[in-house]
Write a protein that binds this ligand. Structure first.
Ligand code: AMP
Ligand code: ZN
Length: 120
């Protein structure tokens, strides 16, 4: 828990969000500024600022977050046509909320393949 972190506030119900999934270790809620028809953020309840701040002991947690992505993707019917999962890490990646989160994006063809360097 970090006092000035908006995602910790969402986890602690001090700030409203459209929560679509929750378990002991994670939460998923709709992005307030969606860039795709489905744009959901999946975050650990543990306050880890960036992917680069994770410890070795967090590896199972990061794996768990991908299991949550799988489940939420199925709930939003993205499992057949596909989706993209994005983690922005640090300033060059444009990270603006420093509480680790995965973006789940889908519901339309995502034409730019960032991994192939065309979207930079
Ligand atoms: P980034 O840190 O760049 O990976 O992205 C942070 C994301 O959090 C952005 O897509 C924002 O639209 C989203 N966001 C910021 N504040 C909130 C909020 N209160 N509820 C839901 N999404 C938010
Ligand atoms: Zn936090």
């Amino acid at each position: 828990m970090s006092d000035d972190c908006i995602f910790c506030k969402i986890i602690n119900r001090e700030l409203d969000a459209d929560i679509v999934y929750e378990d002991e270790h994670s939460i998923a809620f709709k992005d307030i500024n969606p860039v795709a028809p489905v744009h959901i953020l999946v975050a650990p309840k543990k306050h880890i600022p960036t992917l680069q701040d994770m410890d070795k002991e967090d590896e199972p947690l990061i794996g768990h977050l991908h299991g949550v992505i799988n489940e939420v993707a199925r709930a939003f019917k993205l499992d057949t046509k596909g989706y993209r999962v994005v983690i922005n890490c640090g300033s060059d990646a444009g990270q603006i909320v420093f509480h680790l989160h995965l973006h789940l994006l889908g519901g339309r063809p995502l034409l730019q393949n960032l991994a192939q360097g065309r979207g930079a």
